[in-house]
Ligand binder design. Structure first.
Ligand SMILES: Cc1ncc(COP(=O)(O)O)c(C=O)c1O
Length: 327
């Protein structure tokens, strides 16, 4: 009996029926259980001692770097998301730059030519659709773009950085909010979402689970890309004139959200939430690292990160715009 146990199963009951699109981008990547794990893997493999992080980033990244015992210094970005011109890397130091909202590829390129490819980790957690660029590593967090329980992707040509041998096996315990969201309101399983996110911060560095990998293969990547691009462009054409951020938006970008830093009075975030427009704050913890009145402070305090993802169409974007109540 046991001699048959590794043979492929034929028959039996049916599994959840998922399409198979295959996310092309994921093919030649190292697959991890989170972007944080990917960052830890890169830093340990490169035996980094010190890294410069943008003050404008989330604590998840800061904690990941602390976990692997690498010293952190913070740098500022200007309103074009360029790295502080004063910053110079010393021998043995690394820098992480973020492609914010999936709209800062040009700023990342400017940093790469300034600091050199092999010193730089490019954090595309907010830029799933940005191609990997020549660097020590480019990392992704597909969960920010699609309904997935966890997962990270890492592209690198550095032979020291290797696929973790053990896969995560805990993804099933982070599915409840995703299933609930199919039929219920976002409010219903919000607590389960928070718990799932907390569980991710405690995961060891491991490979992507089979479940997450299969779910990622079922994403209609092209449709998601086209819809995000169209929605972002639609918002930009109507809100760009009121936006203090100087954004380059055309049909080639498919951002995380439309970042709107209004130069005019708009409905407040609280007013929008009362209309069930759920807008994240990127990132409250940044206020502890930056000066009041700085660009980063303004973005955290007054930025409205408007949803423009593949669930929505132009009617939804029109509703958003009208609820902003710009006179
Ligand atoms: C810019 C950035 N990098 C990295 C991460 C970490 O991603 P993950 O939650 O997949 O570890 C996040 C979010 O938490 C992020 O916003």
């Amino acid at each position: 009996m046991s001699s048959f146990s590794n043979e492929p199963a034929v028959g039996g009951y049916q599994e959840l029926e998922l399409p198979f699109f295959y996310a092309i981008a994921a093919r030649e990547m190292i697959k991890t259980n989170s972007a944080r794990s990917a960052i830890k893997l890169v830093l340990s493999s490169a035996e980094a001692r010190k890294i410069w992080l943008p003050a404008y980033t989330c604590d998840a990244v800061v904690e990941a770097v602390n976990d692997v015992g690498v010293t952190i210094e913070f740098y500022k970005v200007n309103s074009s998301f360029d790295v502080d011109p004063e910053l110079q890397l010393k021998a043995g130091e690394f820098i992480l730059t973020v492609d914010y909202f999936g709209l800062c590829g040009e700023a990342v390129n400017r940093s790469r030519s300034r600091f050199g490819h092999n010193k730089m980790i490019v954090d595309c957690s907010q830029a799933y659709f940005a191609k990997p660029v020549e660097s020590l590593a480019t990392i992704y967090s597909p969960r920010k773009f699609f309904g997935l329980p966890d997962g990270g992707l890492l592209y690198s040509k550095d032979p020291r950085i290797k696929q973790p041998s053990k896969r995560d096996e805990s993804s099933e315990s982070r599915m409840a909010h995703l299933i609930s969201r199919l039929t219920n309101s976002p409010e219903k399983a919000y607590q389960q979402y928070i718990e799932a996110e907390q569980a991710i911060s405690n995961l060891p560095v491991q490979g992507m689970s089979f479940l997450t990998e299969r779910l990622l293969q079922s994403v209609d990547y092209k449709r998601a890309r086209t819809t995000r691009a169209r929605n972002a462009l639609y918002l930009h054409e109507r809100l760009g004139q009121y936006n203090k951020l100087n954004l380059e938006i055309d049909e080639t970008v498919a951002p995380l959200c439309y970042p709107f830093l209004p130069s005019v009075e708009t409905a407040s975030k609280a007013a929008l939430i009362s209309q069930r427009i759920f807008i994240p704050t990127y990132w409250p913890e940044v206020l502890e690292r930056v000066e009041e009145g700085s660009f980063e402070w303004d973005l955290v305090t007054n930025g409205l990160f408007l949803p423009c993802d593949q669930r929505y169409n132009e009617d939804d974007m029109d509703r958003l715009i009208s609820l902003l109540a710009i006179n």
